[in-house]
Design a binder for this molecule. Structure first.
Ligand code: B12
Ligand code: SF4
Length: 470
């Protein structure tokens, strides 16, 4: 009998580039619950359904997933929702499951629902409860007592007659058990594994929701890191690791320890960091450990833009160092055969055409480093991902409405204020939507055209989620 079945959002079919990757939220939660003796199962529709129905419509796919869920007669179903796209799947799935079995409890958890639990319950009668914040203790309590004593479950958002109540969230557990590979029914079908060696981030950028589920910054015990890597290394198929610690490399001693462990594995990996956190001197050991790509959340270049995002403080010398760090890291990465990839979120509130021109000049300068290095750049050049700035629920920007109005900012109009992704549309009176898109195109045009670089980028892409109507 399954006490709790954790369901993952299905990924788009294999006509798209990019690989399959299991839900880290479900694997983390499932590993903890198994270690506590709970009968937990993870169902990933991307790998675990039978092969028929490859060309399902979203509606038919939901029915097929419901067949697979109900066949296992779980006591409860949990759905991880880290962003609105997973929330839309969660809402649609709950509706179909409840139509087929009205007494099956359905609980949602994850970063996105943490920010809007009460609204989800108001809108979706098929969802029984939400877990806000870290989910381990809540899921354990839910498995033990179901929804009979909701006030005792940490982080639970629940219905009490006509009212919606919220319990204080649990604290992040100081330690986590190793990844339990047996939770994946077909580990050989995955290509990429998202994995963390630490949780949280000491910074507080205005657009970022990192603190919602991880208010503190903690390293996973090195024994867990070691045990996970041993599991991965014993697999027949070698996955590509996406190390998604928000700030990989913040502690240099720890970085060296993790790199020494990674070096012993056959896996290649990418890591994510900031230009003012990772030291160029640490790049060679990352390369020796199997790193072939580093993603830097550069986000912006000009002083006003970086201060606006609270990426840096207002001191000019900090800004100067930020740019210098970016230059040095491009050079170190290229020389060590690591592809440096920079995320750019400009235009940001208050930007002017001069801010955007300044950024483009700087990014051109970064691109020119590859030309200057010639053969020493290992056929690589820096890559730039230009995204519109997201206004995610629960990010500091949510509480800064007056500030945004003052800067002349407007966001994309919500057709559905709960389930729609929300982006910055007009950054300031002098930057309209068209100027913003023209800027992003100019940034993307700086990317190396080579197929060699493209292949390296594609290797690290998880396929996008399938879209469902909430
Ligand atoms: C891994 C990851 C991904 C992976 C997810 C797939 C995978 N294989 O797991 C990929 C690369 C696909 C991805 C994509 C995206 N991501 Co992402 N991603 C992350 C990342 C780095 C880690 C998430 C994670 O697994 N954490 C570890 C687990 C254990 O923590 P957790 O999910 O919070 O789970 C805990 C609790 O929330 C809770 N819980 C979670 N699920 C459940 C379920 C139940 C039933 C219960 C009881 C509890 C529970 O318990 C868990 C244990 O404590 C986070 C940042 C972060 N550090 O969290 C960003 C993050 C979640 N992503 C984010 C974003 C914006 C995106 C994208 C929109 C990016 C984009 N531009 O496309 C897309 C979303 C998809 C889309 N197309 O729209 C934002 C979300 C912002 C928001 N609130 O909406 C985050 C927070 C990054 C950030 N700081 O801004 N992402
Ligand atoms: S954007 Fe990066 S550096 Fe800023 S708070 Fe989020 S995780 Fe930390």
């Amino acid at each position: 009998m399954t006490d709790l079945l954790l369901l993952s959002t299905p990924l788009a079919g294999d006509t798209l580039p990019g690989g399959l990757c299991p839900s880290l939220s479900n694997i983390t939660l499932g590993s903890y619950l198994r270690s506590e003796g709970v009968a937990v199962a993870v169902l990933d529709p991307s790998t675990d359904l039978d092969d028929e129905g490859d060309s399902d419509s979203p509606k038919a796919l939901l029915e097929r997933i419901a067949d697979a869920v109900l066949k296992e007669s779980p006591q409860m179903v949990g759905i991880a929702c880290l962003s609105p796209v997973e929330g839309r799947f969660g809402a649609a799935m709950a509706r179909v499951l409840k139509q087929r079995n009205v007494s099956l409890p359905i609980v949602l958890g994850g970063v996105w629902v943490t920010a809007c639990g009460a609204e989800i319950l108001e809108r979706c009668p098929e969802i029984d409860a939400i877990v806000a914040g870290p989910g381990e203790q809540a899921a354990l309590a839910l498995v033990k007592s179901g929804l009979q004593n909701p006030a005792s479950i940490p982080g639970l958002v629940w219905r009490d007659g006509e009212k919606i109540r919220s319990n204080p969230p649990a604290e992040t557990l100081p330690t986590a058990p190793p990844v339990d590979m047996s939770l994946m029914r077909h580990p050989e079908r995955y290509d990429i594994f998202c994995w963390l060696t630490s949780r949280g981030c000491p910074y507080h950028c205005t657009f970022c929701t990192e603190r919602l589920t991880n208010p503190g910054f903690t390293h996973n015990p090195i024994e867990k890191v070691k045990a996970d890597l041993e599991f991965f290394s014993n697999m027949e198929k070698s996955w590509y690791l996406w190390i998604c610690d928000p700030l990989f490399g913040v502690n240099r001693k720890r970085l060296a320890e993790v790199c020494n462990l990674l070096k012993e594995t056959p896996m290649q990996f990418l890591a994510e960091s900031r230009v003012d956190v990772l030291h160029p001197e640490d790049v060679p050991q990352l390369a020796a450990a199997g790193c072939d790509l580093i993603y830097f959340g550069l986000e912006a270049v000009g002083h006003q833009s970086l201060c606006e995002l609270e990426k840096i403080d207002a001191r000019p010398k900090v800004h100067k160092r930020y740019l210098e760090d970016a230059r040095n890291l491009v050079e170190a990465c290229l020389k060590n055969d690591i592809l440096p990839v920079f995320g750019i979120l400009q235009p940001v509130p208050g930007d002017t055409p001069e801010d955007l021109a300044f950024t483009l000049d700087f990014l051109r300068e970064l691109a020119a480093i590859a030309e200057r290095l010639g053969d020493a750049a290992n056929r690589l050049g820096p890559c730039f991902y230009a995204f519109p700035l997201r206004f995610d629920r629960g990010a500091p920007y949510e509480t800064m409405q007056g500030h945004l109005e003052e800067k002349g900012v407007s966001a994309t109009a919500d057709t559905d204020p709960l389930f729609d992704d929300r982006f910055l549309e007009i950054a300031s009176p002098s930057i309209d939507e068209q100027t913003a898109e023209t800027f992003r195109e100019a940034v993307r045009a700086l990317n190396p055209a080579s197929d060699y670089v493209r292949q390296r980028l594609l290797r690290s892409y998880p396929r996008p989620y399938i879209e469902f109507d909430a």
